[in-house]
Design a protein around this ligand. Structure first.
Ligand SMILES: Cc1cc2nc3c(=O)[nH]c(=O)nc-3n(C[C@H](O)[C@H](O)[C@H](O)COP(=O)(O)OP(=O)(O)OC[C@H]3O[C@@H](n4cnc5c(N)ncnc54)[C@H](O)[C@@H]3O)c2cc1C
Length: 403
């Protein structure tokens, strides 16, 4: 009889793993409290497929080294899982990284770090597999004229073009939904909130029981906890305690669709004050201004989701994003004023570490400590980033299949 696995959380991590294990012949149960899969952070994020440039404030290149394999493999793995070409739904130009005068890293240090990241990417065997060919990756500092074209603000002291792309996460989420529903050997258990995981009392009939609301009377050989923000709470019920400090941040961002095509270069302000404008296809945009969008944070095991904004608060929020990011990236105003729809959506960013992005010494700048913790046949996954999830899922699928 095939082994039975419970995967908790149908975000990009749980969805990728569920497809991989079902295709290897395991009997897979994928749980989510929402009524449709891939509906939370994995649907409503910027979709940057990280190669490590963003982590210029990390003390070493270890974060870039941790991000690169997942970023390079993302397009290949996801295209295979969903049976569609992700590259056709990625941004078409390299990103622009703008350095604010209050950046926690100076321009020389950023240039040196970007050179080091370029070299790491060029030396990687999968460099040709990224969303664009980065086997000759070289970031480039913008001329004053180029900088003025993107920003023109005295607060922006330098800019770099880096070979990083982003994907349209809503398109990817919809395709994952289709693939999950069509997959044989995969049971989608939606509208079910997981409360606890306990060891089964009678040996031989499966090792774990997942207690949910509504409940399901099934025993599992393996449990994979991929719940993202609620993960540590469920780990504790199974007997797994957190290893180090965690920080939850709830961020709001804007997902805009314009009436007609708007010409605007994808750009972000780093590495201190943080904001970005992402142009997926000329009409679909992501806009975020971190000082306004960060609406809650905490170090506890869980953090309640903030209550949704009223229509009036949403209008105020859009105006605040324009007021904050607009002077640094004038295209922000053009995009949002040309919008036929703007979704204000939020999600948790859940990471090990502490402190604030404005503090150069904060351990939050390091993002190299994600991955899987294992307790026998119970696995707890810290996805790290959207971009690292499918690669991590592939490694975990291999481990579970070999168990
Ligand atoms: C504004 C914003 C921008 C971001 N931008 C980027 C980016 O550009 N690039 C990048 O790589 N990453 C980005 N991220 C991070 C990225 O979104 C996450 O790392 C990733 O989506 C996490 O995937 P996941 O599958 O682990 O979690 P999720 O997608 O959150 O999936 C977890 C699932 O578990 C379900 N769930 C939770 N608790 C329970 C429960 N008790 N019972 C049942 N189901 C439950 C949820 O409904 C959810 O569907 C961003 C995040 C935010 C908020």
């Amino acid at each position: 009889m095939s082994k039975r696995v419970a995967i908790l959380g149908a975000g990009i991590m749980g969805a990728s793993l569920a497809l991989m294990l079902a295709r290897r012949g395991l009997d897979v149960f994928l749980f989510d409290r929402e009524d449709s899969p891939v509906g939370r952070a994995s649907r409503w994020n910027e979709g940057k497929i990280h190669l490590g440039y963003l982590y210029a404030a990390a003390p070493t290149t270890s974060t870039a080294q941790a991000m690169i394999p997942g970023g390079l493999a993302f397009g290949r793995i996801v295209s295979d899982l969903i049976g569609g070409d992700v590259c056709g739904h990625a941004t078409r130009e390299d990103d622009i990284f703008l350095v604010h005068r209050h950046s926690v890293v100076d321009v020389e240090a950023i240039r040196a770090r970007f050179d080091a990241v370029d070299a790491l990417i060029r030396g990687h065997a999968e460099a040709g597999a990224y969303l664009a060919d980065v086997s000759a990756a070289r970031s480039r500092q913008l001329s004053r004229a180029e900088l003025d074209e993107v920003s023109g603000s005295d607060d922006i002291v330098a800019g770099f073009e880096v070979p990083e792309r982003s994907v349209d996460t809503q398109w990817v989420a919809d395709r994952f939904g289709d693939a999950l529903r069509a997959q044989e050997g995969l049971h989608l258990i939606l509208g079910t909130t997981v409360r606890r995981v306990t060891r089964a009392e009678c040996a031989g009939a499966g090792r774990w029981r997942v207690i949910g609301d509504p409940d399901l009377d099934v025993l599992f050989d393996f449990v994979v906890n991929a719940l993202w923000e609620g993960r540590l709470e469920i780990d504790a019920t199974a007997g797994l305690e957190p290893e180090h400090e965690w920080l939850h941040r709830y961020r709001l961002a804007l997902f805009a669709r314009t009436h007609a095509e708007v010409k605007a270069r994808s750009a972000l302000v780093c590495v201190g004050p943080f904001g970005d404008l992402k142009n997926y296809n000329g009409r679909d945009f992501y806009v975020s201004w971190y000082p306004t969008g960060l609406v809650a944070q905490g170090n506890g095991v869980t953090l309640e989701s903030p209550v949704p904004l009223t229509a009036q608060q949403e209008r105020r929020f859009v105006a605040d994003v324009i007021a904050g990011l607009g002077p640094l990236l004038p295209a922000t105003r053009r995009v949002l004023e040309a919008a036929e729809s703007i979704d204000v959506r939020g999600g948790f960013v859940f990471a090990s570490g502490s402190g604030s992005l404005a503090d150069p010494g904060a351990s939050l700048h390091r993002r190299d400590r994600f991955g899987v913790r294992r307790m026998g046949s119970y696995f707890s996954v810290d996805t790290g980033k959207y971009s690292t999830a499918p690669w991590l899922a592939a490694r975990l699928a291999q481990e579970i299949s070999n168990y």
